[in-house]
Design a protein around this ligand. Structure first.
Ligand code: MG
Ligand code: MG
Length: 265
């Protein structure tokens, strides 16, 4: 069942979302060649815990770290560890927190230095797809229209749309109904809903340079592209309000839509 949130509850979710955004602010400058992903995860844990937030991914179905960090061919659910960031990498970082009973969930993909053209295309497309989805997070719009807007951007660029993983409702729990696919399917059209104020969604397209096919590595977590191409993942927690989409996981001084050249949006 979909849990609709009151204005007051959405304000509380914005507190969690703000902490996620500030955690990204804490680590953005660390993303330099040579840093291990485990060190980035340590900083996220220190910062979020220090601010009174609970990190939602730690021990989620046994996940062994506090954030997901996925580099290049890794799509999502990368386990932070010894892998070092290198010049030219695309680094996708996903952070989920709970503050005072409410959740925030956001992923940003960072380009480290000069990245290859294919990586730049994937990143730009993923950001545009997220922006197109957020722009449809309006009362009276169908969920399938939001999904279709994301799909249109990715298919329009002839890039790989990852169908295996989807966005989700979010609130007191990280994963609530409904699922938010990044494409339109028969199932979605059959179960389609009208978006209404109080619905809060984590919208999260994943875009690959080749095909959208993915597989999970033997560690049981890390999802990679089957063809070895690069991938990006961009996610915001967005409340549908009478006055339009309210992006809850942007921080102080950040704008939505992001200003040209804003890192990691
Ligand atoms: Mg996430
Ligand atoms: Mg999510």
């Amino acid at each position: 069942m979909i849990q609709f949130k009151s204005k007051r509850e959405i304000d509380r979710m914005a507190v969690a979302g703000d902490l996620v955004a500030r955690a990204f602010g804490e680590i953005a400058h660390l993303l330099q060649p040579g840093i291990a992903t485990g060190a980035i995860d340590d900083r996220i844990r220190e910062f979020v815990s220090g601010e009174g937030g609970e990190l939602l991914f730690f021990n989620y179905h046994g996940f062994p770290a506090h954030s997901c960090i996925s580099i290049n061919e890794e799509v999502v659910h990368g386990i932070p560890g010894d892998r070092q960031v290198q010049e030219g990498d695309l680094v996708s970082i996903d952070i989920g927190v709970k503050v005072a009973g409410f959740c925030g969930d956001s992923a940003r993909t960072f380009a480290v230095g000069e990245v290859p053209e294919a990586s730049r295309r994937v990143l730009d497309c993923c950001r545009m797809a997220l922006a197109a989805g957020i722009a449809r997070a309006l009362p009276g719009t169908r969920l399938s229209e939001l999904s279709g807007a994301i799909e249109g951007v990715i298919r329009g660029e002839s890039l790989g749309l990852v169908e295996t993983f989807v966005g989700h409702g979010i609130g007191r729990e990280m994963h609530e109904e409904p699922q938010v696919p990044n494409f339109v399917s028969e199932v979605l059209l059959k179960e389609d809903i009208e978006l209404k104020p109080g619905l809060v969604l984590a919208i999260e397209p994943m875009v690959n340079s080749g095909t959208g096919e993915v597989k999970t590595l033997a560690d049981g977590w890390t999802v990679v592209t089957v063809d070895g191409g690069v991938s990006a993942h961009c996610e915001h927690t967005v409340a549908i309000t009478e006055s339009g989409p309210r992006v809850l996981t942007i921080g102080p001084g950040e704008e939505w839509p992001p200003l040209e050249g804003t890192p990691g949006q």
